[in-house]
Design a protein around this ligand. Sequence first.
Ligand code: PLP
Length: 499
Amino acid sequence: MGSLPSEVFSPLDTNIYSKESHAMVDFIADYYRHIEQYPVRSQVKPGYLSKILPDTPPIFSEPIDTILEDVKKDIIPGLTHWQSPNFYAYFQANASTAGFLGEMLCSGFNVVGFSWISSPAATELESIVMDWMAKMMKLPSMFLFSGGQGGGGVLHGSTCEAVVCTLAAARDKALSKIGHDSITKLVVYASDQTHFTVQKASKIIGIPTSNFRALPTCSSSYYALTADTVRKAMESDMAQGLVPLYLCATVGTTAVGAVDPLFELGQLAQEFDVWLHVDSAYAGSSAICPEFRNYFDGVELADSISMNPHKWFLTNMDCCCLWIKNPYLLVDSLSTNPEILRNKASDAKVVVDYKDWQVTLSRRFRAIKLWLVIRRYGVANLMEHIRSDVALAEHFERMVNMDDRFEVVVPRKFSLVCFRLKPKFEACEEANNYSKLNRELLEDINNSGRAFMTHAVVSSTFVIRFAIGTTLTKKTHVEETWKLIQSKATDLLNRKYTK
Ligand code: PLP
């Protein structure tokens, strides 16, 4: 309940701010020191927290020490430890000291740079840092502010937002030509591997759900979308009076890391006058290394590209880079000009007002975080960060290949390995039911608390995804986790098949 106030209520007292912030930093450092002691995937049961927390808020203030004790006691057990070195699930959301310090600055200044005048440094730093990122990824100059061709970039919180905004721009461009009543004719194309965010975004911007095409991929193209498949779908839709609108290509799909062929899809998009968006939420960071840049060949034919530094670029949540060749299309679609926000710089159209490049008005000063990460680590270390994760994934893939009970189902892409217990294992009575067996294996691994992985299903095959990218993961963690997987497999097979 807290106790009667003994101090004056002063929520931004600088002495308290400094003292309690230091306590918080020490608390977090301590969390990282002990992170390997916690079960990686939380082992709590649904509803655990409401059983232990009071159901009404405190009337009077409570000391920070008491609150942090409760965080330790009540909250940490319910965390899945995304920063654990043994976290291999989903795609990582990697953290770093610089990312954390950048978040502190962002949150510490707490400015809201929706228009240039509302915080000029926030806007200008964002434009500069977006050009820096684009240069690191060797994006074509038409995506850069400094490219002089009208392009530029913006920081969003997530790929979902970036896709909604680019879809809205594409929709309004198309409807201005064919009339607003024609929205039911517009069709969005993606593959059956594309992140569900594109389908959700299509729905949000008013595309009929029946006009979303999740085009099939197969193992022979390593789950990449082929231009031939897209061409057939577009021609068939046009024959029925529909209008192809938007194609999403992915570099590094969520399930298996597949890479869609940007050049071929780009040529097709131009032929059919379709907006091409490249989603490289996870793998975009790899473009800073020359040896991975070839996956992005053809990006010059895209209208927009996005990637998430909060996945693999040591930038704490949240941070998504979106570049667009013709930002005026985004602004046409998303701008508002209420009297209350009018100012000389905006009226003179000599500045970027990022409120017109996104869904919301208010926005965080994410640029300072990304800027801090790039400056603090430098391009050389950032490249090394990507390369060392890829090398660990190669090492893991080799270990899987050396145990003939297992197989790598889809060849490693970037730092993602998809594997399973393989069907031809002789002792198995459930030869046709390997999905069930692998599902059980995954449950056993995750229930151990010693590592956390997730799964995907491709061509009706259940695969265990081993996604490397958490900042603290080292070779020893990968090797120990592989031993864990092997021993859980041995236990499972003994349990099932030994009489
Ligand atoms: N696209 C891909 C390829 C992803 O892997 C993910 C998430 O893992 C997303 C989009 C969604 O990203 P966000 O959570 O930033 O919206």
